[in-house]
Design a protein around this ligand. Structure first.
Ligand SMILES: Cc1ncc(COP(=O)(O)O)c(C=O)c1O
Length: 396
């Protein structure tokens, strides 16, 4: 039988990146005692008020169809949230579409903006699903290098060097998964200036926006001069520790949102109404759990950095935000992938190889901050021991 080429383009872009994690899961089911630093799922409880709202709404019969774009109350809550965040640039419901999580918003946004023959520029390392999202659209994925020595921050020069006449979109992610880099307002303005000059859209994945540590969050969508070319995608998956609610949004210029809605609702006609109600409570009220989670991740990152400090075989720097730390194991001579398999086989710790996030992640591991601090410190002790053993063997 004949199939459309989309699944050929997507073949091989999914499971391979997760091979170490999937193997670890299998071994855990068979009874092995493993520590998982591989998965980016918040381990802290969500705000009870948000969960309660979903339950109450279910009991109230909020189980019917909703509109493809989102209900007015939800759109207003998201618009209000983004208006408050931007410090004054007004966002209205015309600028918002509800989606089933950031992933759905990314898919809809990229497919609204690009197709065969177009290029999407993506700072490398990048989130593991981006290649597939771009491939689905038919556009070409162009990795833009970032450097560990610059804490993986995208520079305007690196962006400029990667631009061709076919470039259409810059896909940013701040705070970044996997690198923890948070772009400053000055960096966004400098990158935005390049995008203005080359008439590029900026799609910014802001799913970790509430998880910055000691630097402020900035977004191209909040910059008045970039507003007409900027799209913000996010959700309550990380901020409110509710990834299973699949509740997110895309924000952008009104005409972009009109077109995105056509793409989005072709696939998924409306978000569950009881979850829409929960999003309203999540965004219109203040929940101490949101700030607490940020504090806990910051403390865990500090503990991880302290545990690995002083090693000449593995090095880390404090992330500026997000839920991950990148560990540089290049002195061992192994790739991130080789190291991750040895770590699983010999030390019972499951991590993501840096290569799963692009070639610039090579020789690194991505360590998630999503376990209790004492467990995390024990995992880091084992990582350090293996790295130092391998570096010593290499030097001998
Ligand atoms: C950078 C990034 N974008 C998007 C997602 C998906 O988020 P959502 O649950 O809102 O679809 C994740 C989840 O890990 C992520 O790390």
């Amino acid at each position: 039988m004949k199939y459309a080429s989309i699944s050929d383009r997507l073949d091989g872009l999914g499971a391979a990146k997760w091979a170490v994690h999937i193997a670890g899961r299998g071994r855990a089911v068979r009874g092995e005692d493993l520590i998982f630093l591989s998965i980016g799922e918040p381990d802290l409880p969500p705000p009870p008020a948000v969960v309660e709202r979903a339950i109450t709404s279910l009991h109230e019969g909020r189980t019917k169809y909703t509109s493809g774009k989102g209900e007015p109350a939800t759109l207003d809550a998201i618009a209000g949230h983004l208006t408050r965040r931007s410090g004054g640039v007004t966002v209205t419901r015309d600028n918002i579409a509800c989606t089933s999580g950031t992933q759905h918003a990314l898919y809809a946004a990229i497919n609204t903006l690009v197709e065969f023959g177009d290029e999407v520029l993506v700072p490398d390392p990048y989130y593991a699903t981006y290649e597939a999202v771009v491939a689905a659209s038919g556009a070409t994925f162009v990795a833009v290098p970032t450097l560990p020595e610059q804490n993986f921050h995208l520079t305007p020069e690196a962006l400029e060097a990667a631009i061709t006449p076919n470039s259409r979109v810059l896909l940013l992610n701040t705070p970044s998964n996997p690198t923890g880099a948070v772009l400053s307002e000055a960096e966004i303005d400098a990158i935005g200036e390049v995008c203005e000059r080359h008439d590029l859209w900026i799609v910014c994945d802001e799913v970790y926006a509430d998880l910055t540590f000691d630097v402020p969050f900035s977004s191209p969508f909040d910059r008045p001069q970039l507003r007409e070319r900027s799209v913000s995608v996010a959700s309550i998956s990380k901020s409110h520790a509710l990834p299973g609610f699949r509740s997110g949004w895309a924000a952008g210029p009104a005409e972009f949102i009109r077109r995105l809605t056509l793409v989005s609702e072709t696939m998924l006609f409306g978000i569950q109404p009881f979850l829409c109600d929960a999003v309203v409570v999540a965004l219109n009220e203040t929940h101490p759990e949101v700030a607490r989670q940020r504090d806990v991740f910051r403390e865990r990152a500090q503990a991880m950095v302290a545990t690995l400090a002083g090693s000449d075989a593995v090095s880390v720097h404090m992330p500026e935000g997000g839920m991950f730390v990148m560990a540089d194991i290049r002195p061992t001579g192994l790739t991130g992938e080789e190291f991750a398999w040895r770590l699983l086989d010999e030390c019972g710790v499951v991590v993501m190889p840096g290569e799963s996030f692009g070639s610039r992640g090579g020789g690194h591991l991505r360590l998630a901050l999503t376990v209790e601090v004492d467990v995390m410190i024990e995992a880091c002790r084992r990582i350090r021991e293996l790295a130092e053993q391998l570096a010593a063997e290499r030097a001998a």
